[in-house]
Design a protein around this ligand. Sequence first.
Ligand code: NAD
Length: 146
Amino acid sequence: MKILVTGGAGFIGSAVIRLAVSRGHAVVNLDALTYAACLTNLTSVADSSLYAFEQADIRDQAALDKVFSVHQPDIVMHLAAESHVDRSIDSPGYFIETNITGTFNMLEAARKYWVELGKPENFRFHHISTDEVFGSLPSDTAVLFT
Ligand SMILES: NC(=O)c1ccc[n+]([C@@H]2O[C@H](COP(=O)([O-])OP(=O)(O)OC[C@H]3O[C@@H](n4cnc5c(N)ncnc54)[C@H](O)[C@@H]3O)[C@@H](O)[C@H]2O)c1
């Protein structure tokens, strides 16, 4: 199986890639290498024949279309994001561009690619987000299961 991981040079993405490669999956890492990236975290897989790196920005639709076309992934795991909350207060525009428009670009690229492939049932687009989307949890977590 080939997995396209966005934000694979980030904190969580790099761990996902190391695990996926160790389990025998081919991985394409699409990352713009912003201030949050750390390629050193991928040293252990950098020379693997299962690993490929594409420096690309999810704000660039044409670049995304090209990565899908060249690498033909079976699954997408989308982790590329502006993730540092403090920065969203000083520079909210970057968060809108990457987290909202960039994610929309990824969905559009994946949809086009999926349609071209004949809409395979097993194709998946996994968007990694945050529990903050659901709001605060109740103090008594037992209520979640009643
Ligand atoms: N780390 C946490 O504790 C945590 C908790 C909850 C949710 N999340 C979410 O999980 C996801 C990944 O988090 P993380 O901690 O690995 O983030 P991170 O900041 O460590 O890494 C983000 C990666 O995305 C890349 N990136 C940023 N903008 C990009 C762009 N425009 N195009 C392409 N690549 C770009 C960066 O270069 C970096 O490698 C994010 O959506 C984050 O909000 C993280």
